[in-house]
Ligand binder design. Structure first.
Ligand SMILES: Cc1ncc(COP(=O)(O)O)c(C=O)c1O
Length: 393
């Protein structure tokens, strides 16, 4: 059975060119980039090249790039650095819909005495800018707002939010894990001070990330050790993955147009046909300010997990917005913050595409999913009572 992979916000396929770029650095070129000999020196040279490739994707200077182990480390390093360099400030501004890499860190910091403001979103998942502005105080140490939401793809106006933070003298961090490679990013001339990237969301391997830190910003390292990354992140470099990420960033520059044409067209087709053919379905999240690859659709009165299991039988991979698998029946905190009704939030599915998806795959999902929904609804007591109510019985 062929796999139809529509879960690219969870992780992506390593691009063949990325794997090819990495393999020699496992097999033959295993030197330590810090070594004095040229066997290590050639690896250091390749890391410099990867730093340039990654900087080019986001309009940064190579010296503003710190390689980390993942998006989570980058988020943690950014927020903890801001707190360490401004120890007198005890307030953090973030949003209600952040990824756990920020949300859970802030929850943990709240137990250490920090005050956290989680700015609300509206029913479309857009940030409440008035509440955001009024939450910035002289005690605010840092703002951390995601650029694009991993569940809905909704994009926050981070450039504007960063300017507003600066007007209050507050440094600004953005979690750009989902936006990098999908929408243009240009740090030159931007007010954003720090930005997190994760390799495995853009066709590089898992276990590699980037923290961008604007030149001249104060920075306090998260991992203290050797002199690697100019003392900003100790630990021998993950050489093959850094080189792979460099290649992935080079490919992302070339593929940016396709993300916003081909991928967007396939996403739009999937969304339009599913909404037309499946009653009581709707898209969660703003449809204008949204990543080109993501759609989060609710199918009312059924469980997302059940839909995923049946799609899995056909080789279709997607994600659910509810969290029954984790032992709780709570719908996702993102849909909850948006006020999505319970019966809708539980039946939500996130489809996230990439440049590797084809029209045939989308047509297959369009054909396969409606009967799955019909079958599940036929078994749902909520659906039959809703249908009876509609029929006036
Ligand atoms: C928005 C966002 N931030 C952070 C992360 C964490 O990235 P990583 O898996 O590289 O730690 C993810 C991963 O899903 C994400 O979607």
């Amino acid at each position: 059975m062929k796999t139809v992979y529509l879960d690219n916000n969870a992780t992506t396929q390593v691009a063949p060119e990325v794997l090819d770029a990495m393999l020699p650095y496992f097999r033959d070129l295993y030197g330590n980039p810090s070594s004095m000999h040229s066997f290590g020196g050639q690896v250091a040279h390749k890391i410099r090249e990867a730093r340039e490739q990654t900087a080019a994707l986001i309009g940064a200077s190579p010296d503003e790039i710190i390689f980390t182990s993942c998006g989570t480390e980058s988020d943690n390093a950014a927020i903890r650095s801001a707190l360490a360099t401004r120890p007198e400030k005890r307030h953090i501004v973030t949003s209600r819909v952040e990824h756990p890499a920020v949300k859970a860190l802030c929850a943990s910091l709240s137990h250490q005495g920090y005050r956290i403001t989680e700015v609300a979103v509206d029913k479309n998942g857009l940030l409440d800018m008035d509440q955001y502005e009024s939450s910035l105080t002289p005690d605010t140490a840092v703002v951390s707002l995601m650029w694009a939401n991993n569940e809905t793809g909704v994009i926050f106006p981070v450039e504007k939010a960063a300017e507003m933070a600066h007007e209050h003298g507050v440094p600004f961090h953005t979690d750009a894990v989902q936006s990098t490679g999908k929408i243009p990013i240009n740090m030159m001339g931007s007010a954003m001070d720090m930005l997190s990237i994760s390799g495995h969301k853009l066709h590089a391997p898992k276990g590699i990330g980037i923290l961008y830190v604007r030149r001249g910003s104060k920075f306090s390292p998260f991992l203290i050790g050797g002199h690697q990354e100019k003392g900003r992140r100790g630990g021998t470099e993950n050489t093959p993955s850094i080189i792979g990420l460099g290649k992935a960033c080079e490919l992302a520059v070339m593929n940016m147009d396709r993300e916003n044409t081909t991928v967007k067209r396939l996403r739009d087709k999937l969304e339009k046909v599913l909404l037309e053919t499946i009653p009581q379905s709707r898209v969660n999240g703003d449809q204008v300010h949204r990543l080109p690859n993501t759609t989060n659709i609710s199918f009312e009165y059924i469980e997302g997990e059940a839909i995923l299991l049946l799609m899995n039988e056909y080789g279709i991979c997607a994600s659910s917005g509810s969290a029954c698998t984790s032992g709780s029946l709570q719908p996702s905190h993102v849909l909850h913050a948006m006020g999505v009704p319970f019966t809708m939030a539980h039946g939500s599915i996130r489809f996230s595409l990439s440049v590797f998806n084809t029209e045939e795959e989308i047509d297959f999902v369009i054909e396969t999913l409606p009967p799955i929904i019909e079958r599940l609804r036929a078994m749902s007591p909520f659906w039959s009572s809703a249908a009876q109510a509609c029929a006036g019985k």
